[in-house]
Structure formats: C-alpha cells, structure tokens
Design a protein around this ligand. Structure first.
Ligand SMILES: C[C@H](O)[C@H](O)[C@@H](O)[C@@H](O)C(=O)O
Ligand SMILES: [Mg+2]
Length: 394
C-alpha cells in the first residue's frame, strides 16, 4: 500500500479565544492589569489588549492526504500566518508523502530564514508541523504520543496559571502561577504590592502548594532580583520570564542572584533548538518552557527536549493544550504540565482553546490519565460552529 501524499494545505483564521487565548472578552483575568514590557507607558498599563496582545488571532492549518484523510492544528498567527502558509510554505508540503515531516520542516525553516527565525513565522511553521503530526496519526490510527515513543507515565499532573491559585488548590492542581501585576515603572510601591499579593496568597493556600510569579518579559535584573529576594519568605517556587527573551546575559545574572532553591524559568517566547541552546549554554534558567505551537512544533521540540535532557534541564512546555500533553507524557524530563485557566474568573476548569476544539481534554482534580489521549493524532476536532475565514488561497 503506497504511503499517501499531501494533496492540499489550507489556512484559515478565526477570532475569539481559541489558540489566541489572550483574545478574550473584557473583564477576563488574563486581560486585567498585568506587568508587561509596555507597562512603562501608562496608557498601555491597565490591559494587554490595549497594546494589541490579541492582534494576531488564531491560525487553523488543515492538511488533506491523497486518501482523503485530513489533519489540522491551531496556533497563534492569524492572517499573517495564513499568508505565509498559502503563499510560501504550501510549496514544501503539497505533493510530499505524509511521512516526510522532517524534510518539510527543514525546507519551511530554511526557506523563511531571511524573514523568520522566531516569532510569528515560527508560530506558523509550528502550526503546519502540528497539522502534519495530526494527519500522520489519523492515517496510522494512533495518537501522537505513540509515535513519539509512548508514555513514560500513566498520568499527567498540572499546575494552574491564573488569578486564583487558592481556587486552583481546591481543584486539585499541584501549584498556582499568578501573573505579576506591577512592574518597575510603579517603583517600590508596586514591588511591595506584588509581595503583599504573594503573602496573601501564601496565607490562603498554606505551605504545601506551589506558588509562582509569571513576569511576562517585563522586568530588569535589579527589580527581578529584589522581587525574588523578597519572595523568599513566601516560598516562591519559580520566577518566570522575568526579562525580555533576548537578554540571555540578564537571565544568567538573575539566575546567580535568586535565593538558593528558587527556580528561574523562561522560554515561552523562545524558538528553535538554537534559541534554547543559547538559554542552556549561557546558564540562563533552570526549566525551559517552550510553547509547542510557537517554538517550531513537535519536530523541533523533540530536538529541544533532547538538548535539555543532556543539560539536565526540565522541559515544562508553556500551556498549549493537547499539543503539549502528547509530548509531555513521553518525556522523563517533563514531569508536569501547565494548564491555563481560561474561565474569566479563573474559578472553573474549561478547555484551554475554548470554543474552537471538540473533545479537548481537561484535567480532573489537577490530573489527566494518559488514556484520555489515546484517540488518533491529537484527538481533537474543529468545532463546526467556528466562524472560519480563508483570507488567502494558492
Ligand atoms: C499568564 C501570563 O501572563 C500569560 O498570559 C501566559 O500566556 C503565559 O505567560 C503563561 O506562562 O501561561
Ligand atoms: Mg509564562
């Protein structure tokens, strides 16, 4: 039986939640006051949508094989991604065998090197790569994790990201990561407010629950050092993405400055094996957090994870729903996963890419049996009620 080939690749866009999970309605915790690199501008300090965090929207990549099987994936890239898929990447995908995933990745990456390397181009390449893995799993009738070597554990455990770690504890999560509210532009008063919030949350959750700050690229080394030192008494488990992604030198200094035992984590806005090589060889962090929908897809995350393993680093992917779960369950150096609380008040568990996917599994009591991931491919379907647009064709 000859291996099917890829007949068509199509790129769609959709707004409102989904893979661009920052694209939420007003009043959602994820669009509350959160420290960002734009917080130094008061007009952009109170919400992240004000400076355009939700500008891209979701990219849906669909691939159809010669036997009629289709696969798809979603990521954050919107119309820019749709253009790149239809006008540039399609030529490397259509006509190839469904198993030619490595060659397709290498051609997509090197053909876009003159304008890509990271950012939305790598988000787009990731989306194509994830769709190809979904297609291959559907053709082989096996889940992606089985094609990656199979699970190393029977259960996934999750920490929760959101405004309410106290509720996350009640829901059975192993920890709660809070967005940092105040940045350097608000001075010592803001720093004190950050520490007061941590103190209050520690009081609410007790001592046997992880608490973390997510600083979303917004600090400088001095501020991050003072925050980490002040957070020591409240047993902050890790300080995440304290500095802009390119400040490898700053991360190396911060990692030397934080209290012994406190983890310095980063990487969700880093991409490719070369970017993560910099983070690891410059001793920037303890845990890398690639987003499989942004770093290059599964094909690249395999390489990143092996490099991390050689450096004795944990790989805890940034929350990306099923796309990270299928990977995490197969890696011994990925002992837990992130779950982003997408309910507006962070008070209930709803699917991360809501309302875009059907059959999207969610943690129960902070855990997920690996068997929940046994459907072919990534095991999810597009919600037929999604208002997809196809802005470009080739
Ligand atoms: C909660 C954080 O501010 C971001 O919104 C989130 O996308 C990311 O940084 C995370 O680690 O989940
Ligand atoms: Mg983060």
């Amino acid at each position: 039986m000859p291996m099917p080939t890829i007949k068509h690749i199509r790129a769609y866009t959709v707004r409102g939640g989904g893979a661009d999970y920052h694209d939420q309605g007003d009043g959602h915790w994820i669009d509350g006051q959160i420290s960002t690199p734009m917080s130094k501008y008061p007009e952009y300090r109170m919400t992240r949508k004000s400076f355009g965090l939700n500008v891209l929207g979701t990219l849906v990549v669909e691939v159809e094989a010669s036997d009629g099987t289709t696969g798809f994936a979603v990521t954050t890239a919107g119309e820019i991604g749709a253009f790149i898929v239809e006008k540039h990447l399609a030529r490397f995908v259509e006509g190839q065998r469904v198993t030619d995933i490595e060659r397709i990745w290498d051609q997509m990456f090197h053909a876009t090197l003159f304008y890509g390397r990271k950012g939305v181009v790598l988000n787009t390449i990731s989306g194509v790569d994830l769709a190809l893995w979904d297609l291959l799993g559907k053709i082989r009738q096996e889940p992606v994790h089985a094609m990656l070597g199979g699970p190393v554990r029977d259960e996934l455990t999750f920490y929760a990201t959101g405004a309410r770690p106290d509720l996350a504890k009640q829901m059975g999560f192993i920890g709660g990561k809070m967005p940092l509210k105040h940045g350097p532009a608000e001075g010592d008063a803001g720093l004190e407010k950050n520490l007061a919030q941590l103190a209050d949350m520690r009081e609410r959750v007790g001592n046997d629950f992880w608490l973390m700050f997510d600083c979303w690229m917004s600090l400088d080394v001095n501020y991050a050092t003072r925050l980490a030192q002040g957070a020591r008494e409240f047993d902050l488990k890790w300080i995440e993405e304290a500095l802009p992604p390119d400040d490898y030198w700053g991360y190396a200094e911060l990692k030397r400055n934080v209290p012994t035992g406190m983890l310095v984590n980063t990487g969700e806005h880093e991409a490719t094996r070369w970017g993560f090589r910099m983070l690891m060889e410059m001793e920037c962090c303890d845990v890398i957090q690639p987003d499989v929908g942004w770093c290059g897809g599964v094909t690249e995350l395999i390489k990143i994870s092996a490099l991390a393993d050689a450096h004795n680093k944990l790989v805890v992917p940034h929350g990306s729903s099923v796309y990270s779960y299928h990977f995490v369950v197969t890696r011994h150096n990925s002992p837990f996963a992130e779950f982003l609380m997408m309910a507006p008040e962070a008070d209930e568990v709803v699917p991360m890419f809501n309302p875009l996917l059907l059959d999207e599994p969610v943690p129960e009591n902070g855990r997920m049996r690996t068997s929940r991931l046994d459907a072919p491919g990534f095991g999810v379907r597009l919600n037929p009620e999604s208002q997809l647009a196809r802005p470009y064709e080739h």
